[in-house]
Design a protein around this ligand. Structure first.
Ligand code: CMC
Length: 378
């Protein structure tokens, strides 16, 4: 590329890469809405099924539409037996995100619409993937723990059924609602790294399963969805509320990157973190593990005062998920179980109005050199 015409923007910061009707993210004022509905209203009053329907179809469902979406999601919960067999054959210590990525690829091999990129087929696959990913995460966890997968409970909603398939226990209404709201808060977030990945993949006219497998790979990293797990490991490293100050001093002196803090777009505050903070407080109190919430609040205050960094969505979700009984290395798969609604909605949007995503690189290597044959190289 000509140096004169090069406009290198590292990390594509601030670059607007696609029109979208899905997510309205106001980083300056810390506001977030899905298709015009404020995230706070959706988290409080809508179920994950309603939010998924909203993202896929454009409007909140009527009662009848919600029934149909709910029935379709329930009907799609089963996963192929080969997938469970694959989990049995994988090493017990396989990272659950790697297992999930494999699961998505295998689900693609068995999906009747796998290579059909039409809107109708994409909608069917969005429903199937949303349900099957939840089942696959839970089945993998059970198998690696030496237990059998738990069949889905048809009378439970998506969030409650997830917790049931994971633990074998029916969650209380309060627990199910907290988990359901978490899935909603993670469902969509504009062109974050994993969603952008899914859009890049389908912009080549590749298919939904290929794109979602790529999205899982991008979400896994600790600068993205992997941060939640890292936050919990940080809290465990600190151990006690009384140790927070000493930890913060050390981390600041070492210029350590603190997981769960900072955001590329939100500078004043991440609205999801504020909602999750309240949910974490409640869940930690209910579960008798209030110290994780207290530690998080103290660390938040200390880091914010020292560096002005804001907690992002992954900060308070860590003590929340932990107190809901979710194993720490399943935090990122759980985020995927929410984000699948947004990934698939973005894939629908990209396929429906596609242009190949193909940016340029700025060449900074050696200038043109004369070729030297191998026998003459020093
Ligand atoms: N801890 C310590 N310093 C930080 C942090 C942090 N978490 N985040 C930003 N900074 C500092 C950074 O050191 C830099 O300082 P200086 O200008 O003095 O060198 C400045 O803030 C700008 O940082 P940056 O890395 O250039 O900013 P970015 O927009 O590329 O980073 C981020 C965004 C999310 C990658 C970063 O804040 C980070 O690494 N956070 C920790 C990981 C994390 O929590 N990720 C989840 C992100 S939100 C949810 C999601 O995407 O799934």
């Amino acid at each position: 590329m000509d140096r004169e015409s090069s406009q290198l923007i590292r990390g594509l910061e601030g670059v607007v890469a696609a029109p979208t009707q899905l997510c309205d993210l106001d980083g300056t004022h810390g506001r977030l809405a899905y298709r015009g509905y404020d995230i706070t209203d959706l988290a409080r009053h809508a179920s994950f099924e309603e939010v998924a329907h909203l993202l896929w179809h454009g409007d909140l469902p009527t009662g009848g539409e919600l029934d149909r979406t709910t029935v379709a999601l329930i009907a799609a919960r089963d996963i192929p037996r080969e997938l469970v067999e694959t989990f049995r054959l994988t090493p017990k210590d396989t990272d659950p995100m790697r297992a999930l990525q494999t699961a998505v690829a295998i689900l693609g091999m068995r999906d009747p619409d796998a290579t059909d990129n039409s809107h109708a087929a994409n909608l069917r696959k969005a429903v199937r993937l949303t349900s099957q990913i939840a089942t696959a995460i839970c089945a993998h966890h059970r198998v690696r723990s030496g237990q059998s997968p738990i069949p889905a409970a048809p009378d439970l909603g998506h969030a409650a059924n997830f917790l049931y398939m994971l633990t074998g226990r029916r969650p209380s209404t309060v627990t199910a609602k907290a988990f359901d709201a978490s899935l909603t808060l993670y469902a969509e977030h504009e062109l974050n790294a994993s969603t952008f990945t899914t859009r890049v993949i389908v912009s080549t006219q590749s298919d939904m399963h290929s794109a979602v497998a790529g999205g899982v790979g991008a979400l896994k990293g600790p600068l993205h969805g992997g941060a939640g797990e890292a936050v919990m490991r940080t809290l465990m490293e600190i151990g006690e509320v009384a140790h927070v100050d000493a930890f913060a001093e050390r981390a600041l002196a070492e210029k350590r990157r603190l997981m769960g803090f900072g955001h590329r777009v939100y500078k004043a505050g991440d609205p999801r973190a504020a909602i999750l903070r309240g949910m974490a407080e409640e869940a930690c109190r209910q579960s008798g593990q209030f110290k994780w919430y207290e530690m998080a609040v103290k660390l938040h205050a200390r880091i914010n005062a020292a560096k002005g960094l804001i907690p992002n969505v992954d900060f308070y979700s860590a003590p929340l998920f932990y107190s809901l009984g979710i194993p720490v290395d399943l935090f990122t798969p759980v985020i995927a179980a929410g984000r699948i609604a947004g990934w698939t909605a973005n894939i629908l949007e990209q396929h429906d109005d596609n242009r190949l995503i193909r940016p340029r690189g700025e060449y900074v290597g050696p200038k043109r050199r004369a070729f030297v044959s191998v026998d003459k190289r020093a």
